[in-house]
Design a protein around this ligand. Structure first.
Ligand code: FAD
Length: 391
């Protein structure tokens, strides 16, 4: 490890390593890059504990286009990088369901999405049961199904791809914990480590996931990002054969479910007082018993007889302002780049965000895709992203 780098990235999971990888791809950039990661096994980060699903079914153009690039990257990786570019993409689509109360929003979002090139179709209740005879359309007014460009993948494989390619491009990784900044005239000049060393830097990327607000605080910046626990339940079902080929579906109350090999994953994002700031990994089964299972059994009769075989807890880096990414620098610390607050949709945005942050660092602006709608400066400008498809 050298004593100083052009770019120091705090956090080496999906966002940090995607940024490192895309830095190595920036034409004319031959600077040095260090990734500081305190958990090199990536056992507790959001990335490896996520559902790793990708959709274009958002309402905000920047989110739709970021995920469109995510899909393009994931689908082309196997051609570009060979076997280790195979991230196990399962292109089964999302099926987002709506009652009469949610119908207008789903229709409006579908129009925005298809205008931007998404391959989605609206389905009436009859069309839903024709396509998916194992599903009940009780209470539904409409569904929106992604015909291509949506599905899920292996988050470990994507992370491994970024890290392998970033290292091949000269990026260094160190197993260490960043603990503070040295600051001169508003610029971050060094990143302090727990072992007492300080690494000099030209620019810093805050890719620390749920620790985003803590890291921002070292520069005197308040970041509205906090850990919120999400539990994923894994279940088996006797009559599963046709269902395992179905899409990821979101029921009208936010309960979601998709296949994972021969099993199924399901969960739910609580709100309000059921969703406190929380960074433990404890698992409770109340939500499963009281809400998730009844919802699933009503929607898919075969799910009346299921058995939970596993469960895990992970955390959203939850942006309390508007649940969307906070990207780029702020005037008060111009060489500190934020890539934080992704809430439940960060891994699918990692290709677009990694590329975007790399472009910001090397050229001062977003080049390939304008992500300025997600700029962190909305914190000072009092602007919010009004995304209606948040889960
Ligand atoms: C249950 C669940 C389901 C999800 N499902 C989806 C989904 O289907 N689709 C989707 O797009 N997104 C999903 N997400 C969200 C997604 O996982 C995250 O948005 C994304 O992985 C964020 O990546 P990250 O690199 O910013 O953060 P993380 O993956 O949390 O990584 C942050 C890294 O920073 C390191 N770090 C922190 N502080 C320091 C420090 N001081 N020094 C050194 N290292 C440090 C940590 O060790 C960690 O490795 C889900 C999340 C959860 C929890």
């Amino acid at each position: 490890m050298k004593s100083a780098y052009d770019v120091v990235i705090i956090g080496g999971a999906a966002i940090g390593s995607a940024t490192a990888f895309f830095l190595t791809r920036q034409a004319g950039f031959d600077g040095s890059v260090l990734v500081i990661e305190k958990d090199p096994g990536y056992t507790r980060c959001s990335t490896t504990l996520s559902m790793a699903s990708i959709r274009q079914q958002f309402s905000t153009p920047a989110n739709i286009l970021a995920s469109a690039f995510g899909v393009e990257f994931i689908k082309s990786a196997i051609f570009e990088f060979g076997d280790h570019g195979d991230v196990g993409f399962k292109e089964n689509g999302y099926l987002i369901l709506a009652t009469a109360a949610g119908e207008a929003t789903l229709r409006g979002n579908h129009e925005v999405q298809t205008n931007l090139g998404a391959d989605n179709v609206l389905l009436s209740p009859d069309e839903i049961t024709r396509r998916f005879p194992w599903m009940s359309a009780e209470g539904l007014a409409l569904g929106c199904l992604g015909l291509s460009g949506e599905g899920w993948f292996d988050p470990h494989a994507l992370l491994n791809l970024y890290i392998t390619e970033a290292k091949a491009g000269g990026v260094e990784y160190v197993n260490a914990e960043a603990t503070g900044f040295e600051i001169s005239n508003g610029n971050i000049t060094g990143v302090c480590l727990a072992d007492g060393n300080t690494i000099g830097c030209g620019a810093v990327v805050n890719a620390s996931g749920i620790r985003a607000a803590h890291v921002a605080g070292w520069a005197g910046i308040e970041m509205p990002v906090e850990p919120r626990k999400r539990i994923v339940y894994v279940f088996d079902c006797r009559e599963k054969d046709t269902i395992t080929d179905g899409p990821l579906f979101f029921d009208t109350n936010g309960v979601y479910c998709r296949a994972e090999g021969a099993f199924f994953l399901c969960g739910y994002s609580p709100t309000g007082e059921d969703d406190p700031e929380c960074d433990d990994f404890d698992i409770t089964y109340e939500w499963f018993e009281d809400l998730i299972w009844p919802t699933l059994a009503a929607r898919v009769p075969a799910f009346e007889a299921i058995k939970v075989v596993n469960a895990w807890a992970g955390h959203y880096a939850y942006n309390t302002l508007d649940q969307n990414a906070l990207l780029g620098p702020l005037e008060q610390a111009p060489n500190l780049y934020f890539a934080n607050g992704f809430s439940g949709h960060g891994i699918q945005q990692s290709p677009a965000v990694g590329r975007g942050i790399a472009e910001l660092i090397t050229s001062g602006c977003f080049g390939s895709l304008d992500l300025s709608a997600l700029s962190v400066d909305r914190l000072v400008k009092g602007r919010r992203v009004l995304e209606t498809a948040i889960y």
